[in-house]
Design a protein around this ligand. Structure first.
Ligand code: G3H
Length: 530
C-alpha cells in the first residue's frame, strides 16, 4: 500500500497558498498581522512523502475573541438589536442573499475539503450541495413556522399570540469530519431564528471557510456573524468565562463540551445544543439477508474511513452466521480502494489527523493482546497517512475497542448467542444515538424494535446508520447528544416560545386590532408570508 500518489489532476493541484489574513468581527474583515499557524494536509504532493502546506490562519488571542463576543452581544442588544427584532421576511432576505453567494464558491470549497480532511470528491461535493439544500430548506421551514404562528388563540378569556423568539448569543463550534455541513447545521438555524453568533472553525477543515467570509460579511447586519480563528483554549474559553453566551452549540467531543460548559459562570442560563460521541452497533440476526447486511455494514463502518459520528462502530453478529459473515465481510474490506480523494473509485482516503494511525494501532494491539485476531489480510497495513481497516474478531468487553469511539478505520466484531447480550451492552453503554438491525422475521423484529427505540433515537432496519435525510430528527440519548437537530427541530432548538397575552375585553381588543392594522410591530402580525 502506498500513500504517495502523484498525478494530481490540474484542477485540484495546490498552486497558491490560502493565507487567511482576516477574521470577521462586527461586519468587518479585520486584518491580522500577528502570529499565524500553518495549515498542512496529510496528503503528499510529491512521491517522497511530505505533508502539503495549504496556507495559514490567524492565531487570534483573547483580545480578538472578546471583541467578537462584544460585537455579537451588541448586535443582540438585550433583545432590542436590529437582527432579533427584524421582520421575518427581512431575515429571510439576508439568508437568501448569503446562499446565493455561497453557491458561487462550490469549486473552491470542495477542493479545500478534499485537501484539508481527505474526503473523496463525490462526498465533498455532496457535503457542499447538502449544505446548500439545508439552508434552502431552513428558509422554507422558517417561513412555515412563521405562518403557523400568524394567529391568535383564546383560552379562559385570554388571547395569546405565540411565536418562537431567539435565545441570545450563540457560540458555535463544529467538527472536522463535516466542517462545512455540520457547522452550518448549527450556525444557519441559530442565525435564522434571530440569534447572534460567534463561530470558530474546527482544527481541521478551516481554510475551506475562507471563500465564504465575504458572503457572510455582505449578507448579514454587523455583529450577527463573527468568525474567529485560533486555539479553542485561547479563544473559546474566555468567551464562555464572560457569562455572555446564551447557547453553546457544539458538534464534536464531549471533553471540549464539558470543559466549555464548566467555564460559564451562570450555568442555568446556558442552553446546550450538542452532538457528541456515539458507538452505534449493528445487530445481525441469523435470518438476515447476508449480502445486504454486509453491503450496509461496509458503508456504515467505512464511509469516510469511519470518521462519522453515525458510523457503525461495533458489529454484533449471531454465532450461527458469524463465520460466513466474517469471511465475506473481510474480503469486501480488503477490496476497498485506498487512494487520494480525487482518484477514481477512492473509498478509503488519507486520515487528516496525523496521530490517528498510531491510535488505531493501539486499539488493534490491545485487542490482539487480549485474544482478538485481525481477520482480513490487509488489516493494519500502515503508511504515513493511513492505516488500512483491521477487522477484529472475536472482540469482548475487556478490549478498548469495545468501549472507545474509534472514529477511524477499525471494525470490532462480537458474536452473540442470545439477543439479550447486545441489548444489555447497549443499555450499559454511555451512548445512545442509533442502531442498525438486520433481520426479516417480524415476530423477532417487533419486540426488538420496541426495546431498541427506547435505547437509541433511530432504529435503521436493514440499513446502515446515518443522519440524513436532514428533515428527520437527529439526536441521541445519554451522552450522545443534547437537543435535536433537523431542518425543523434545529429552528426549535435555537429558539424559545414567547408570546403576547391579553384579556378579552374591548379595551385590549382595540389595541390588538390597531397593532395588527398599523403593522407597527414586527412580532404581532398575522401576515401570511408567501
Ligand atoms: O459525524 C456525524 C454526522 O452527523 C454523520 O452524518 O450520517 O450524514 O454521515 P451522516
Amino acid at each position: 500500500m502506498t500513500s504517495t500518489f502523484v498525478n494530481i489532476p490540474e484542477k485540484f493541484q495546490i498552486k497558491e497558498l490560502v493565507n487567511q489574513s482576516t477574521y470577521l468581527v462586527n461586519g468587518k474583515l479585520m486584518s491580522w498581522n500577528g502570529e499565524t499557524s500553518e495549515v498542512y494536509s496529510t496528503i503528499s504532493s510529491t512521491e517522497d512523502y511530505k505533508p502539503t502546506l495549504l496556507g495559514s490562519i490567524p492565531t487570534l488571542t483573547k483580545k480578538e475573541a472578546l471583541h467578537a463576543l462584544e460585537a455579537a452581544s451588541e448586535a443582540y442588544g438585550k433583545g432590542q438589536g436590529l437582527w432579533p427584532t427584524m421582520k421575518v421576511t427581512d431575515r429571510v432576505a439576508c439568508m437568501e442573499k448569503f446562499v446565493k453567494q455561497m453557491k458561487t464558491k462550490r469549486d473552491e470549497v470542495v477542493k479545500l475539503l478534499m485537501w484539508e480532511i481527505g474526503k473523496n470528491v463525490s462526498d465533498s461535493e455532496k457535503e457542499f450541495d447538502r449544505t446548500v439544500e439545508y439552508i434552502e430548506d431552513t428558509i422554507e421551514e422558517y417561513k412555515q413556522i412563521d405562518r403557523d404562528s400568524a394567529k391568535f388563540v383564546k383560552h379562559a378569556g385570554v388571547y395569546a399570540h405565540i411565536r418562537r423568539g431567539p435565545l441570545g448569543v450563540v457560540l458555535c463550534l463544529g467538527p472536522y469530519n463535516y466542517p462545512l455541513n455540520e457547522t452550518f447545521a448549527l450556525l444557519i438555524p441559530a442565525i435564522m431564528m434571530g440569534n447572534t453568533t460567534v463561530f470558530k472553525p474546527a482544527k481541521h477543515g478551516v481554510l475551506l471557510l475562507s471563500p465564504l467570509l465575504e458572503a457572510f460579511r455582505n449578507s448579514f447586519p454587523e455583529g450577527v456573524v463573527n468568525i474567529l480563528y485560533g486555539r479553542g483554549r485561547t479563544v473559546a474559553a474566555p468567551i464562555m468565562q464572560s457569562g455572555k453566551v446564551d447557547v453553546l452549540a457544539l458538534i464534536g467531543n464531549s471533553k471540549s463540551a464539558n470543559a466549555l460548559q464548566e467555564q460559564h459562570p451562570k450555568q442555568n442560563r446556558l442552553r446546550l445544543v450538542l452532538g457528541l460521541e456515539a458507538k452505534n452497533p449493528a445487530i445481525v440476526l441469523p435470518d438476515a439477508d447476508l449480502d445486504l447486511a454486509i453491503e450496509e455494514c461496509i458503508a456504515g463502518t467505512l464511509s469516510f474511513n469511519g470518521q462519522r459520528c453515525t458510523a457503525l462502530k461495533i458489529l454484533y453478529v449471531h454465532e450461527d452466521i458469524v463465520e460466513e459473515f466474517n469471511k465475506c465481510f473481510s474480503a469486501r474490506v480488503d477490496a476497498l480502494k485506498f487512494a487520494n480523494p480525487w482518484d477514481n473509485g477512492a473509498k478509503l482516503t488519507p486520515l487528516p489527523e496525523p496521530d490517528k494511525p498510531a491510535y488505531i494501532q493501539e486499539l488493534i494491539d490491545d485487542a490482539t493482546e487480549k485474544g482478538a485476531k485481525v481477520i482480513n489480510e490487509k488489516g493494519g497495513e500502515t503508511t504515513e497517512n493511513y492505516i488500512f481497516p483491521a477487522v477484529l474478531f472475536p472482540v469482548n468487553k475487556t478490549m478498548r475497542v469495545f468501549e472507545e469511539e474509534q472514529f477511524g478505520p477499525v471494525i470490532p466484531i462480537v458474536s452473540f448467542k442470545n439477543i439479550e447480550e447486545p441489548l444489555d451492552d447497549m443499555a450499559e453503554s454511555n451512548y445512545g444515538q442509533q442502531v442498525s438491525l438486520f433481520g426479516k422475521d417480524v415476530k423477532t423484529l417487533a419486540p426488538l424494535i420496541d426495546t431498541l427505540v427506547n435505547l437509541v433515537c433511530r432504529v435503521n432496519l436493514n440499513s446502515s446508520c446515518q443522519r440524513g435525510p436532514d428533515v428527520y430528527p437527529f439526536t441521541g440519548r445519554k451522552d450522545s447528544a443534547v437537543a435535536t437537530l433537523s431542518v425543523h427541530d434545529a429552528l426549535r432548538s435555537f429558539s424559545i416560545r414567547t408570546f403576547v397575552a391579553s384579556k378579552d375585553n374591548n379595551y385590549n381588543n382595540a389595541i390588538l386590532n390597531e397593532l395588527l392594522e398599523s403593522k407597527a410591530s414586527n412580532f404581532v402580525s398575522t401576515d401570511y408570508i408567501l
